[in-house]
Design a protein around this ligand. Structure first.
Ligand code: GRF
Length: 199
């Protein structure tokens, strides 16, 4: 059974998609053993608690230094015996020591078709604002492995979503979540849990 740790900072709709996919048999061979947030007010924590999943608040402001925070974050993974770390809207830089300790075992969901609209500064609504400003007709979401860069690791899955006339960043964000993020993130976890190779 693949032990999954999900790192969150916000509403947790991607976490919810993972939990629903496990309950619905779309993900087999994996279980979420911990949800960790840097934001004590993240609704994602409430979603975890409703599912009786251990939830941890690990926030830089609770530690004397970033190094102490980094150590606490990695220690939480180790204590929970996490096999796969899933970044689901986690807005804190992942420590290099964690990337090294979990080489090819950290995945992230990004709300664009990488290499478009990604990298430093491209997160949340900013991604969709940039897509609309550029005038792309197709956008989407990407699941990729996390390496030392920002949104630069090997791509595992992508799913395209059409941009429609009159889209606002908020409308487009919701469509990308519903039609792409909430589909490919569970799919990616299931692939990893069952050693299914990407095409
Ligand atoms: C999603 O849009 C995801 O693409 C991005 O952060 C957001 C997280 O949303 N990485 P939620 O907390 O899963 O609702």
């Amino acid at each position: 059974m693949l032990r999954v740790g999900v790192l969150v900072s916000g509403g947790g709709t991607n976490l919810q998609a993972i939990l629903d996919a496990i309950d619905g048999g779309i993900i087999v061979g994996a279980e979420v053993v911990a949800v960790i947030s840097n934001n004590e007010n993240a609704y994602a924590i409430e979603r975890a608690r409703k599912h009786n999943i251990p939830a941890f608040i690990v926030t830089p402001k609770a530690y004397g230094s970033r190094e102490e925070f980094n150590n606490a974050l990695l220690e939480t993974m180790n204590v929970c015996k996490v096999d796969l770390i899933v970044l689901a809207g986690f807005l804190v830089k992942i420590p290099e020591a964690m990337i090294a300790a979990y080489k090819n075992r950290i995945i992230n969901i990004h709300p664009s078709l990488i290499p478009s609209f990604c990298g430093v500064g491209f997160y949340g609504l900013k991604v969709h604002e940039a897509a609309l400003k550029r005038g792309v007709k197709v956008t989407g979401a990407t699941v990729h492995y996390v390496d030392e860069g920002t949104d630069t690791g090997p791509i595992l899955l992508q799913k395209a979503v059409e941009v429609r006339a009159g889209d606002t960043p908020e409308i487009l964000q919701r469509r990308v979540m519903e039609e792409a993020e909430w589909v490919i993130l569970p799919q990616a976890i299931n692939m990893i849990a069952n050693n299914i190779q990407a095409i």
